[in-house]
Design a protein. Structure first.
Length: 248
């Protein structure tokens, strides 16, 4: 997958994109992350990418012609590498739909993503015709779209085959199947009086599997009960939920 990141602030990405799984994914050739400086598409000697808003008001607005030139350049470069590329252009902004695991899974199927990072008071509204969709990472205000872009990249990269060494680790992630993940333990066996659950030491794989599923349902019921209404529970799941409710 190729991801082009259109931004005014390249340095916000250099550290995070070159650490951990994202670094390994790039080294393996599974992921190509390209920082695109929007100021390169300006026409004046001062490289002005923003201006005051029409109608007055506080702050500055990013110029439509600058951002659109960046979008077009990104698409042209991606298509030059492959005659028919599966591409998606995404604006990271508060008005977008909130990012979910289902959306992450969908985006992981594309060969090329163009991520547009807004800043200041936003981007000239006239870029909307060049954008496929808008995505937000939550109902709160951030300085710009750079951090949301990092969140999206990290989430999508995990779904690319070969990025995470253990495929089961991805499949068991919280929210991958609509529920929270079960609790995990490692050595030492006892820490400050708290012991690892006996079932995890038993070596009985079926019992461990059942315990983990039950803990997944229990944690989801306790912390995010609304998620249970969104998935299809089988007979065994319903039985375990009944046991959980009786013990609460």
């Amino acid at each position: 997958m190729r991801v082009d990141i259109l931004t005014l602030f390249l340095e916000m990405f250099r550290g995070p994109l070159n650490e951990s799984l994202l670094k390994k994914a790039q080294e393996k050739g599974l992921l190509s992350l390209n920082l695109v400086a929007l100021r390169n598409f300006t026409a004046d000697k001062h490289k002005t990418a923003d201006d005051t808003p029409y109608g007055g008001g506080a702050g500055m607005v990013m110029k439509a012609n600058v951002v659109v030139a960046g979008i077009i350049s990104s698409k042209e470069k991606a298509e030059s590498r492959k005659s028919k590329v599966e591409s998606r252009t995404i604006l990271l902004c508060p008005t977008g739909k909130v990012l979910t695991q289902a959306k992450v899974n969908e985006l992981a199927n594309y060969k090329h993503l163009t991520l547009i990072c807004g800043h200041y008071e936003g981007i000239d509204e006239r870029i909307r015709g060049y954008v496929d969709e808008e995505i937000s990472i939550g109902d709160y205000v951030l300085t710009g779209g750079e951090i949301p872009a990092l969140v999206l990249i990290d989430a999508v990269a995990r779904q690319l085959p070969g990025v995470v060494k253990e495929a089961d680790s991805v499949a068991n992630d919280s929210f991958y199947k609509g529920l929270l993940d079960y609790p995990s333990y490692t050595k030492p066996e006892e820490f400050e009086g708290h012991k690892v659950p006996e079932v995890l030491l038993s070596g009985h794989h079926e019992e461990i599997k059942r315990w983990r599923r039950k803990m997944t349902l229990k944690l989801t019921l306790e912390k995010r009960p609304e998620l249970l209404a969104k998935i299809e529970l089988n007979k065994e799941d319903r039985k375990m939920l009944e046991e959980i409710c009786r013990s609460m």
